[in-house]
Ligand binder design. Structure first.
Ligand SMILES: Nc1nc2c(ncn2[C@@H]2O[C@H](COP(=O)(O)OP(=O)(O)O)[C@@H](O)[C@H]2O)c(=O)[nH]1
Ligand SMILES: [Mg+2]
Length: 219
């Protein structure tokens, strides 16, 4: 487990040129599988779009919605020629018909298992109810793929500091068997945890040298 203060990359990345690239309903319609991608994933309403906006400093980059379950496409945002952020469709929304949720699940698992440029997953979970069954399934699936996960426990402004720290420690403890998983607290609303999220993105995007390539092992 990496402690909050142990991140090795002190510099900040500038997302000021990030822009919407495209939306894809299936893997075949995604941009070419080159460079580096980091994807945001989680249950509907976990706060993905809000976090994307907060982390990039662009308040209207990803649409945020009070109606969950709307975003059913893979949305790509271009940082530069080599790097993209990806907003994946939210899973686990009860009102989505079974047929559609099955399609979403297939689309997600195809993207996660076949996308070579995918360097890491930001997994967002509402701090008030983390590690729901679908989240656990995703962590297990990503682990099998040797895909690193950084968990954002979102909406931590909804809890008092003590309760928020307890949820953080509990989640870290539950996930401690997974060597590629790190966990932090986050609030888009209060701008809390953005620095720490940036440090993880710096690490994954290999911002030091500009090029970078996936070091995942596809066999
Ligand atoms: N209190 C609080 N509410 C948030 C936060 N982030 C998102 N929300 C709210 O949660 C709902 C879902 O957010 P959204 O970003 O659209 O979630 P998504 O479905 O995962 O993309 C919206 O009503 C947001 O205003 C946060 O950090 N704090
Ligand atoms: Mg969204």
């Amino acid at each position: 487990m990496v402690a909050d203060t142990d991140f090795p990359h002190p510099q900040h990345f500038d997302f000021s040129h990030i822009e919407f690239l495209k939306s894809a309903p299936t893997l075949t319609q995604c941009p070419e599988d080159v460079g580096i991608e980091v994807a945001f994933v989680g249950r509907s309403n976990a706060g993905k779009s809000s976090a994307l906006n907060a982390i990039t400093g662009k308040s209207s980059l990803a649409r945020t919605s009070k109606t969950p379950g709307r975003t059913q496409l893979i949305n790509f945002f271009k940082i530069d020629e080599h790097r993209r952020l990806v907003d994946l469709p939210g899973y686990g929304y009860a009102k989505v018909p079974h047929r559609i949720s099955k399609q979403l699940e297939e689309m997600l698992s195809t993207y996660l298992s076949q996308r070579h440029c995918l360097q890491g997953l930001m997994l967002l979970m509402d701090i008030r109810h983390p590690l729901m069954p679908a989240d656990k399934q995703l962590v297990h699936f990503a682990n099998e793929l040797e895909l690193p996960i950084h968990v954002l426990l979102t909406k931590c402004d909804k809890l008092k500091r003590g309760a928020s720290q307890n949820a953080l420690l509990q989640t870290r403890h539950t996930l401690s068997n997974y060597s590629r998983v790190t966990v932090q607290t986050f609030s888009s609303m209060h701008g809390f945890g953005i620095e720490e999220a940036h440090q993880k993105l710096d690490e994954w995007f290999n911002f030091d040298d500009g090029e970078g390539a996936s070091n995942r092992n596809f066999s």
